[in-house]
Design a protein around this ligand. Structure first.
Ligand SMILES: O=P(O)(O)OC[C@@H](O)[C@@H](O)c1c[nH]c2ccccc12
Length: 266
């Protein structure tokens, strides 16, 4: 079984437990009562200079283990916001990434930026749930969804006023993302089936994405030079976790990343 399949098994088990506690009808009511979504597409596309940074609240990962204890996710997110992040990403997967919906709630209360609920979306319930907790953007991983499900999840996301970051790792997945009309397309240089990083896939896949879509480079940003090369290769935004949570000054680091590559973008 691939790592992705294994993660999804756990996600489904946790989801079944939440559905018993809070049935879909109730989550829908909460989603309808939630404050209006913020426009994550506009926030990512707007950055006139440099690159938009999606700064991630990430405690651990299956590939690296413990990254940072993050005692106060709200304070970390506020630092990201002060540093100039465009969007905050909050991992909510518990077993492998140590995240939670409580982290999402804490971050939502602390910042005004659009928020990405970063999870393995495999059920409509999670989309309503994301909105109920104030998310503005959700993650749809193409490798985890068939075409019909991907299309219907994207439609529901947009009906709820949110956007989706549609994540790809192969040329075929980019084609599938484009075919369903994805407007924010992520290229994850980490293969979720093996957890291997291969930065060389980024320029190849970015070149297949039509110009109307926001191209997001995901994973493997260690420093400014990685940001600069992603920008030179066509990234409009970068999604950064590890390099920010393990840095002593996340605010300054977000600022450096945000400004990086300004001269390279044309
Ligand atoms: O910590 P990094 O290497 O900066 O990576 C961030 C982000 O790209 C990564 O967390 C990620 C990308 N796609 C995902 C899907 C699920 C969970 C996590 C991810």
């Amino acid at each position: 079984m691939s790592v992705l399949d294994d993660i999804i098994l756990g996600v489904r088990e946790d989801l079944d437990a939440r559905k018993i506690l809070l049935p879909l009808e109730e989550v829908r009511i909460l989603a309808e009562q939630a404050p209006a979504p913020r426009n994550a597409y506009a926030a990512l596309a707007a950055q006139a200079e440099g690159v938009s940074v999606i700064a991630e609240v990430k405690r651990k990962s299956p590939s690296k283990g413990e990254l940072s204890a993050i005692q106060d996710p709200a304070e970390l997110a506020a630092a990201y916001e002060r540093g100039g992040a465009s969007v905050i990403s909050v991992l909510t997967e518990e077993r492998r990434f140590g995240g939670s919906l409580a982290d999402l709630d804490a971050v939502r209360a602390a910042v005004n930026l659009p928020i990405l609920r970063k999870d393995f979306t495999v059920d409509e319930y999670q989309i309503w749930e994301a909105r109920a907790h104030g998310a503005d953007l959700i993650l749809l991983i193409v490798a985890a969804l068939d075409d019909a499900t991907l299309a219907s999840f994207l439609e529901l996301t947009e009906e709820l006023g949110m956007h989706a970051l549609v994540e790809t790792h192969t040329a075929e997945e980019v084609q599938r993302a484009v075919a369903v009309g994805a407007r924010i397309i992520g290229v994850n240089v980490r293969n979720l089936k093996t957890l291997d990083i291969d930065r060389s896939v980024f320029p190849v896949l970015a070149g297949l994405i039509p110009s109307g879509a926001v191209v997001v480079a995901e994973s493997g940003v260690r420093d400014i030079s990685d940001v600069e090369s992603y920008v030179a290769q066509g990234a409009r935004a970068v999604l950064v976790g590890e390099a920010l949570v393990s840095h002593s000054n996340p605010e300054a680091t977000v600022g450096e990343f945000t400004r990086a590559g300004a001269a390279l973008r044309h």
